[in-house]
Design a protein around this ligand. Structure first.
Ligand code: NAD
Length: 393
């Protein structure tokens, strides 16, 4: 039988906190995967999980993903995530306040924000009990614009690597999903001269993008097999799988959706064998995390954009590692992240040793006898004592 600690050992988690507040009906799990690079950051989602094992599996998997995402984005933060086990209709302010107190109890080791089924108001309620929440005051206009810009940079890196091309003029790009990210991305692609093919299950969204950017609209199940240069998934996870890969004619996959590969090892390999260059999702869609991080440190557009530009260089590096070591781009991104996490571990260890030295020197000072004047404890060296006049004896 695999125990909970076996799971933590296999996945490398530092800490998992089970939060229970009977009075307010709170059941939540906070998973801190890794803090080598900084405090664990990860949003909180609320879902009516079928059982506790599902909730635990989700939070462990997602928190580990955050560590890799932050490391590839070169941000000084670690990976975490939290899940609240509840139905959206059972949300109450008291529940979120009770949860906020648990977040506060971690004293900054975990910083959270808004994910599935949480609203900005819910985040503010959590924030009434803890400072370790981002998104209480949105100053940047939300994460989607930065995410879309990051995807555009990723597409540019991929075409530069694959075809040594520096612009998108005339490139044929298929975008799946025209929500917050997809629509923004279409605007950038259009402005860069790309030819757009789009799909969405919402006909209003396809009509708008057709009107604004001259996109060709296709049915949702046609998007995979289009004769395009780039396929950009911006809707759902697990859409790159054994059924869709054989249909694909695109040479590059570069989109915002999370967990695009149904099976990372298997489908990463299949893409490589089919000579399709895959931009690992958590690297190319890091704009959202960069946005949240900057909200936390005090949003400045210049800083956020500088960090966003790293997506281009990081992807080129990942493509280079993959080519050189004959591995998938997914494996290459894991390697790059692990190198950075290891470096963070050494730096953290160095800081711990410095603190230890400081503590030792404070302790040794504490052990020295402290003389208090007027307490007969003032012992002068005999050579001085003999020369010192004794007053008013
Ligand atoms: P969104 O909900 O605003 O948009 C998703 C769009 O996909 C909607 O228009 C929806 O109608 C469409 N869609 C759903 N099912 C579809 C289908 N079968 N075929 C075609 N279209 C379909 O979400 P978003 O914020 O734009 O994010 C898009 C993806 O990127 C999500 O997977 C999200 O997790 C990921 N992501 C988003 C951000 C961000 O900053 N918003 C950051 C990182 C990752």
């Amino acid at each position: 039988m695999t125990t909970l600690f076996d799971n933590l050992t296999n996945m490398g988690h530092e800490q998992v906190l089970f939060c229970h507040d009977r009075e307010n009906n709170l059941k939540a799990i906070i998973a801190i995967h890794n803090t080598n690079l900084g405090a664990a950051m990860g949003a909180t989602r609320l879902l009516p999980y079928a059982n506790e094992a599902d909730a635990l599996r989700d939070v462990l998997r997602l928190s580990r993903g955050m560590t890799y995402k932050a490391a590839c984005a070169n941000l000084p933060v670690g990976g975490g995530k939290a899940v609240i086990i509840a139905r959206p209709e059972d949300k109450t302010d008291e529940l979120f306040k009770a949860y906020g107190r648990f977040v506060e109890s971690l004293n900054g080791r975990f910083i959270t924000g808004q994910d599935v089924n949480l609203t900005p108001d819910d985040v503010r309620t959590i924030g009434s009990e803890t400072d370790y929440v981002v998104g209480k005051e949105e100053r940047s206009g939300g994460p989607a614009p930065l995410t879309a810009m990051g995807v555009l940079l990723g597409i540019k890196a991929a075409i530069a690597f694959k075809w040594q091309q520096t612009n998108l003029q005339g490139m044929r790009v298929a975008v799946q999903g025209l929500g917050n990210v997809g629509k923004n991305l279409c605007q950038h692609l259009h402005e860069n001269g790309a030819q757009l093919f789009v799909t969405d299950i919402d006909p209003n969204r396809t009509a708008e993008v057709q009107r604004l950017y001259g996109a060709t609209v296709v049915a949702p199940d046609e998007i995979f097999s289009l004769d395009v240069d780039v396929f950009s998934p911006c809707a759902l996870g697990a859409i790159i799988n054994s059924s869709t890969i054989p249909l694909m004619r695109a040479s590059i996959i570069a989109g915002a959706a999370n967990n695009q590969l149904e099976n990372e090892a298997l489908h990463g390999k299949l893409l490589r064998e089919n000579n399709i260059l895959y931009c690992p999702d958590y690297v190319i869609n890091a704009g959202g995390l960069i946005n949240v991080y900057n909200e936390m440190i005090g949003y400045e557009e210049g800083t956020a954009l500088r960090q966003l530009n790293n997506i281009y260089d990081t992807l080129l590096r990942i493509f280079g590692i993959a080519r050189q070591q004959e591995i998938t781009t997914h494996e290459a991104s894991q390697k790059l992240a692990e190198q950075r996490i290891e470096k963070g571990k050494n730096q953290k260890e160095g800081r711990r040793k410095d603190k230890e030295k400081e503590r030792q020197s404070i302790n040794s000072l504490k052990k020295r006898p402290i003389s208090v004047p007027g307490d007969n404890a003032l012992e002068l060296h005999p050579s001085i004592a003999s020369k010192t006049p004794v007053a008013n004896k």
